[in-house]
Design a protein around this ligand. Structure first.
Ligand code: KG4
Ligand code: ZN
Length: 338
């Protein structure tokens, strides 16, 4: 079965081809240069660029896979959560292809894609259930328990900003450009993570939820009192990164101990962060938990994970109608209870 995957939930236009469960091509067109001057994604610009980029990206993925559009057996497309204008561009194109080629269409939850992305590197050998997934990106931060196929529970998620957004806003305050995560990661290598103590938010009543907005305020206040000279930047970067990593590692460790699962997947753009990889690896090892980080190209937004997440439903003969809608706040997973 040849599945065409389409993803346009945020600022990356992506298409991929999955042939019999194996990735045949994955193409991503980044809009970082478009949004860079604004220090964050501008929704209206994102959807306009999807209109321009998505069709050539789909053509490129098909060409790279050596597949003609007539050979596509099914289409899997992100239907939420994300920016509604961006989602609509991908969804409309996917419906057009499905209707014209008379092939089934399935809508995929973007977060299910992130959670299962780890299996792109394990064709024929999917990660056994149950496993815990920490999704950390520019748009999302949440902890999910994958109990079985299509059986997910949400332990907690951010109450305000996503952790990637916290990295991006910190970089903006420091005048470091967009996206901020990679720059802070690089600068932090030469800094002391203990140089400055930024606050770590803990939410007493919802212990698996996250909050990053107080961190941003604390950083702004700190910089108001201590304008960061170029020489001080590595220490500031290392210290703020340590605060964000601490919040992720502490909450995830507690969730691992509470659920008792033995496998952890960390996915999303922030999973590329070196300090997070080291610290999470050590914390998981101390609990006897095996941790999996998909390779960076599968951690960031891509359509391969969307095709992969949609494929089992398509193979089982399920599909969505052409009335499938885009849902900016599409929920993922049932509410978890111990
Ligand atoms: O998954 P992604 O490509 O797009 C979204 O769905 O948001 O994630 C992008 C986010 C950005 O906020 C970026 O700053 C962050 O991931 N990021 C990083 C690193 N690489 C990317 N954050 C921290 N350290 C990194 N090395
Ligand atoms: Zn994402």
């Amino acid at each position: 079965m040849v599945v065409l995957g389409i993803e346009s939930s945020c600022d990356d236009s992506a298409a991929a081809v999955l042939r019999d469960g194996r990735l045949a091509a994955s193409v991503v067109s980044s809009q970082d240069a478009v949004h860079g001057p604004y220090g964050g994604v501008v929704p209206e610009l994102a959807s306009r660029h999807h209109v321009r980029n998505l069709l050539p990206v789909i053509d490129a993925a098909l060409a790279r896979a050596g597949v003609a559009v007539g050979q596509v057996d099914a289409v899997a497309v992100t239907c939420g959560p994300g920016l509604v204008g961006s989602l609509l561009v991908g969804l409309t194109l996917a419906k057009g292809i499905a209707q014209r080629r008379r092939v089934p269409l399935v809508g995929v939850n973007h977060l299910e894609g992130h959670l299962l992305a780890v299996n792109l590197e394990r064709p024929g050998d999917p990660l056994p259930f149950p496993f815990l997934g920490l999704i950390v990106s520019g748009g999302h931060t949440g902890l999910y328990l994958a109990r079985g196929a299509a059986d997910y529970a949400c332990l907690g998620r951010t109450r305000d900003d996503a952790v990637g957004e916290a990295f991006d806003k910190a970089a903006k305050l420091l005048g470091l450009g967009y996206p901020g995560g990679p720059v802070i990661d690089r600068l932090a290598r030469d800094g002391d993570p203990k140089a400055i103590r930024f606050p770590r938010a803990t939410l007493k009543r919802a212990r698996f939820d996250f909050s990053f907005s107080g961190f941003k305020t604390a950083l702004r206040e700190y910089l108001g009192q201590h304008p960061a000279s170029a020489g001080a930047l590595p220490d500031v970067a290392a210290s703020l990164q340590e605060a964000l990593v601490d919040m992720l590692v502490d909450t995830t460790t507690e969730a691992l101990a509470t659920t008792g699962v033995e496998r952890l997947v960390v996915s999303g753009g922030v999973a590329a962060n070196r300090r997070l990889r080291t610290r999470m690896g050590a914390a998981a090892a101390a609990l006897g938990v095996e941790v999996f980080f998909p390779r960076p190209a599968f951690c960031t937004d891509n359509a391969a994970m969307i095709a992969l997440a949609g494929a089992p439903r398509l193979a089982a003969g399920a599909h969505d109608g052409l009335d499938l809608g885009a849902d900016a706040d599409l929920a993922f997973g049932s509410r978890w209870s111990p």
